[in-house]
Design a binder for this molecule. Structure first.
Ligand SMILES: O=c1[nH]cnc2c1ncn2[C@H]1C[C@H](O)[C@@H](COP(=O)(O)OP(=O)(O)O)O1
Length: 417
């Protein structure tokens, strides 16, 4: 995304300014993401934390009607963001910052707006950075991750496709004979140490998405659980880690949910650990998601604090909400607990790594340490290495001196001779 500082502006003279990002998008782009021709967000959460600005919203509008922005936006300067084909460019819509400021000054005949304008210009850089990351976040969360239908997804022949499924069942079991487990939700520990759903890449030119997913399930679970189009929940673009889109790397993720019987879950778990081709290779083991919360706050919150592949955590959370497997309140609490646990485990990791590095100085583990700890270790190592070098230097110079004296003595004897 490019946000041009020169063109970055806001409406001056307002105490409670709202930055508006006008995002033109093609009708098809909006339709495939289930967005109406004109979508307006409320204030983006988190905006203004570093710049002190009050609010920021994103208006997504069909590019055909873009030249006539909605009347309630007429007075504002907008950031024009081009999202068509996943490309984001920003330019100035309508007036330049200066023109806008002057117009505003004439209208209000106030020095105040000029003062504010200067102030805003100064803040421009911070705002630019903050806003660009927020708009990108917005795009990732609400547009790029916005749904498209299965058929529309398949229209993208240059895209790669991957399908995953959440298998779940009801259960009457109780943990410790008193905590109702209610549902069994299956996930897996992947070869890369991340949690994810069973599934994988599918080539729609060779098989249907569902056939491909069933094939993947046979490999990973040892059971060819039949998946149908009725189990399809959503298809969406996956954002590469870099946050940048490129047509060649576009991946569409298709997500399915299927309710099965508890007996089938048990059968899958057995097969996954015995007959599945991928067991111990691409799949390290099946795991059940704890949906309850224990007295000490364990359960779902601890589970959610683990590391997940791609959007698997959101897929899990959205499914739990949509299927009413966990109440929104309980989920919110679990996520808050999860964030706390995340911070605690980061601290714990730091401590463990420090102790490991103290035992094995010079191991690569130190790269994960905080800059302070890294500095400490580097310092110690340099000292050790430095002493060694000094010793060697001393030895070398001693040897040199002996050799020099010896050759001097020989020369003198020869001369005397
Ligand atoms: O559970 C998942 N949810 C969303 N995306 C996922 C999940 N698991 C993997 N992925 C992503 C990661 C990759 O970009 C693709 C395909 O990965 P994978 O399942 O590992 O594919 P193969 O088994 O190697 O075919 O989906």
């Amino acid at each position: 995304m490019m946000l041009d500082g020169k063109n970055f502006s806001r409406t001056p003279g307002r105490a409670n300014t709202c930055w508006t990002f006008l995002v033109p998008a093609s009708r098809r782009f909006l339709r495939t993401r289930g967005l109406p021709v004109h979508t307006e967000t409320n204030t983006l959460p988190g905006f203004g934390q570093s710049s002190g600005q009050t609010s920021c919203r994103v208006v997504v509008q069909d590019s055909l009607t873009l030249l006539q922005p909605p009347s309630h936006l007429q007075d504002e300067v907008h950031i024009l963001t081009d999202l068509v084909h996943q490309r984001v460019e920003v330019g100035l819509h309508r007036q330049s910052l200066k023109e806008h400021g002057l117009r505003h000054r004439r209208r209000e005949e106030s020095e105040r707006s000029l003062g504010l304008l200067a102030q805003h210009r100064k803040k421009g850089e911070t705002i630019k950075k903050e806003a660009s990351s927020l708009v990108l976040q917005f795009i990732q969360n609400t547009m790029a991750s916005g749904q498209m239908s299965r058929d529309e997804a398949l229209e993208c022949t240059s895209c790669r496709h991957a399908c995953h499924v959440m298998l779940y069942s009801e259960t009457a079991s109780q943990l410790f004979g008193r905590i109702p487990i209610r549902y069994i939700v299956l996930m897996q520990m992947r070869f890369d140490g991340l949690l994810g759903f069973p599934g994988g890449f599918v080539d729609p030119s060779e098989e249907t998405l569902e056939e491909g997913l069933t094939r993947e399930l046979l490999e990973e679970l040892g059971v060819a659980v039949p998946i149908s189009t009725e189990d399809h929940v959503e298809s969406c673009f996956s954002l590469p880690c870099s946050g940048k889109y490129s047509s060649s790397s576009r991946l569409i993720l298709h997500f399915y949910v299927k309710k099965i019987e508890e007996d089938q879950i048990r059968e899958i778990e057995k097969a996954a650990a015995s007959t599945a081709a991928d067991h111990g290779l691409e799949v390290l083991g099946m795991v059940r998601v704890p949906l309850y919360t224990t007295k000490s706050g364990g359960g779902l919150s601890s589970f959610l604090s683990h590391s997940f592949i791609g959007v698997a955590r959101s897929q899990l959370i959205n499914s739990l909400l949509r299927l009413h497997l966990v109440s929104p309140g309980a989920l919110r609490e679990a996520l808050r607990g999860s964030q706390r646990k995340h911070a605690e485990s980061a601290q714990n990791l730091q401590e463990v790594l420090v102790s490991v590095c103290q035992h094995q100085r010079g191991t690569s583990a130190e790269i994960f340490l905080s800059p302070a700890s890294q500095e400490h270790i580097r310092y110690n190592r340099q000292e050790t290495r430095g002493d060694g070098r000094l010793e060697k230097k001393k030895q070398t110079s001693l040897q040199g001196n002996v050799a020099l004296s010896f050759s001097f003595a020989i020369t003198c004897i020869l001369l005397l001779w």
